[in-house]
Design a protein around this ligand. Structure first.
Ligand SMILES: NC(=O)C1=CN([C@@H]2O[C@H](COP(=O)(O)OP(=O)(O)OC[C@H]3O[C@@H](n4cnc5c(N)ncnc54)[C@H](O)[C@@H]3O)[C@@H](O)[C@H]2O)C=CC1
Ligand SMILES: C[N+](C)(C)CCCC(=O)O
Length: 505
């Protein structure tokens, strides 16, 4: 069996140009007829054009949704065990055959380091494997009623679900949304971010190879307009969205028009609280994990680092030392720990936040500058050296707004009561973290933080078994964990009369 690479790789000076169609429905790649709105997609590491993203219009979106609906009619009739077998095969194909190639493509399209991308792909197959395990366990309840009558509940799929993804975890987000959807018997139309169109279509091919019915997982490329078409389509039952708060609000508003269910995974400005009794080295490592994964472009990052005043000096010293040691550069190299930001405008936005922070009185302890690698092919890339900001105050923009870049803001605090009040003083509520050796304090702080996740003595660990999602304006609904079944299924109650009808009339 000769494995045929699906992508046509044209290597020019060791670089990749993608020419293949990036949409997928009816079990095959599709190229939209109208190419006039094509947008260039860039390789963040080099700044060069990687391919064109051709957005789907009304006709294409409609075709994809109809294709999903026809697959839904078949898929929803399979038993959980039958669905599980196919999903396990998809997970196996990723794990055994495709992992390295997808990770490489993710790096080329997103700019994150290969080491991180490999983890992302592993998390993706783990997610599919996990929900394959849950699929056969889905069941209703039997409820005994008087006189031998009874009721039972059926856990039924919703129908055609839409997934709208962000650019920071392109492949992983597609898996996080499709796996629980498929376990429950739904079909999906997925729209990646227009900046990262490359890898979702590979997931579509993998599902097909594993044996899902044609149309079960479809990919439509495009930006806001295509997203709007998806959210308005009458055949769509649910929208699961990952992205910014303003867009999330629009998605919810559009979905409300036809009462579609929504899951919103939005942004954050999460607090990480470091008490003086912490194990300092772990706290420092935790702070770096909380801020610098994927160049800081992570929604659950702990970007407000509250440090108890007594340990401020040693903590800052160690954080700065380790931050300066982060190897920036070619994300495809094994030794690289930080790659390039997603785009030039985004890089400029991040740098703008840093200069604004300085104007407002923050002190740059390290980084925060454009970084130009020595390799000539990387000269046009969007690199920013990881930045630690000191002298921060709660009212500064860099402390209040999501920067989505490698920028850590450090804030001193004195008491637990004070820091909890300050940590919660935000409209976001995605994640939080606490470092302390005092177990009672750790759980007390976890209880009192208004966020969907609290990490105790670590940060940014999200195994697929564990629910992930927000409080407040960081959204609602959950991804991962058993609970996500609730967000991709509906419960039907069947009431069975075993006697005669007792009519009042
Ligand atoms: N929670 C998270 O994981 C993420 C948060 N963000 C935040 O959002 C900021 C901007 O990033 P963007 O990619 O521009 O986020 P965005 O929220 O604009 O885009 C997210 C997704 O929604 C789609 N979209 C945009 N407008 C839409 C509309 N009207 N209807 C339906 N879909 C629509 C986009 O095409 C993309 O697929 C970042 O700087 C960051 O602060 C970005 C990416 C991920
Ligand atoms: C993988 N993880 C937990 C670091 C981040 C996932 C959430 C996101 O899309 O930003």
């Amino acid at each position: 069996y000769i494995y045929i690479y699906i992508y046509i790789y044209i290597y020019i000076y060791n670089t990749l140009v993608v020419k293949e169609a990036l949409n997928f429905w009816g079990g095959a790649r599709v190229q939209p007829k109208d190419t006039k709105n094509a947008e260039p997609v860039y390789e963040p590491a080099t700044g060069r054009v990687l391919c064109d993203m051709i957005p789907c219009g009304e006709v294409e979106v409609d075709e994809a949704i109809k294709s999903a609906h026809s697959a839904y009619l078949k898929w929803s009739k399979l038993s959980g065990l039958e669905r599980a077998r196919i999903m396990l095969e998809a997970a196996r194909i990723i794990r055994v055959k495709r992992r390295d190639g997808i990770a490489r493509l993710e790096v080329i399209n997103n700019g994150k380091s290969i080491t991180e991308a490999e983890v992302d792909i592993d998390v993706a197959w783990q997610c599919i494997e996990y929900y394959a395990g849950i699929a056969p366990t889905l069941a209703g309840q039997h409820i005994q009623l008087p006189g031998g009558s009874f009721a039972y509940t059926r856990r039924e799929p919703l129908g055609v679900c839409v997934g709208i993804g962000a650019w920071n975890y392109p492949f992983q987000i597609a898996a996080w949304k499709s796996a629980p959807a498929f376990a429950c018997g739904n079909a999906m139309v997925f729209k990646p971010s227009p900046m990262t169109p490359l890898t979702a279509v590979i997931l579509a091919e993998i599902y097909k190879e594993a044996g899902v019915p044609d149309g079960l997982f479809n990919v439509v490329q495009g930006g806001a307009e295509t997203g709007t078409l998806l959210c308005h389509h009458p055949m769509v039952a649910k929208v699961s969205f990952t992205g910014s708060v303003p867009t999330g609000k629009k998605v919810m508003e559009m979905s409300a028009k036809s009462v579609k269910q929504v899951t919103l995974e939005l942004g954050g400005k999460s607090p990480l609280i470091i008490f003086k009794d912490c194990e300092l080295e772990n706290a420092v490592k935790g702070a770096l994990m909380a801020n610098f994964l994927t160049q800081g472009e992570v929604c659950c990052n702990g970007t407000r680092v509250f440090v108890q005043r007594e340990i401020m000096k040693p903590f800052v010293e160690e954080v700065v030392k380790r931050t300066k040691a982060i190897v920036i550069g070619d994300p495809l190299l094994e030794g690289t720990r930080m790659g390039a930001l997603i785009s030039k405008p985004h890089m400029e936005k991040v740098l703008g936040f840093i200069s604004q922070a300085q104007q407002q009185g923050a002190k740059v302890l390290c980084g925060g500058e454009p970084y130009v690698p020595s390799d000539p092919k990387l000269k046009g890339g969007y690199y920013v050296s990881p930045c630690v900001l000191d002298n921060c105050r709660d009212d500064m923009t860099c402390v209040k707004e999501e920067i989505f870049g490698p920028v850590m803001s450090i804030l001193p605090f004195d008491t637990e009561e004070e820091v909890l009040q300050r940590a919660n003083n935000t409209t976001f509520g995605l994640a939080s973290g606490v470092f302390t050796r005092d177990i009672a304090r750790a759980h007390r702080v976890a209880e009192n933080l208004q966020a969907g996740t609290c990490f105790i003595n670590n940060y940014n660990v999200s195994p697929v078994e564990v629910p992930f999602g927000g409080y407040k304006m960081s959204g609602f609904g959950r991804e991962n964990g058993v609970v996500t079944i609730e967000y991709y299924s509906q419960l039907k109650t069947v009431v069975v009369e075993m006697g005669d009808v007792e009519s009042l009339f």
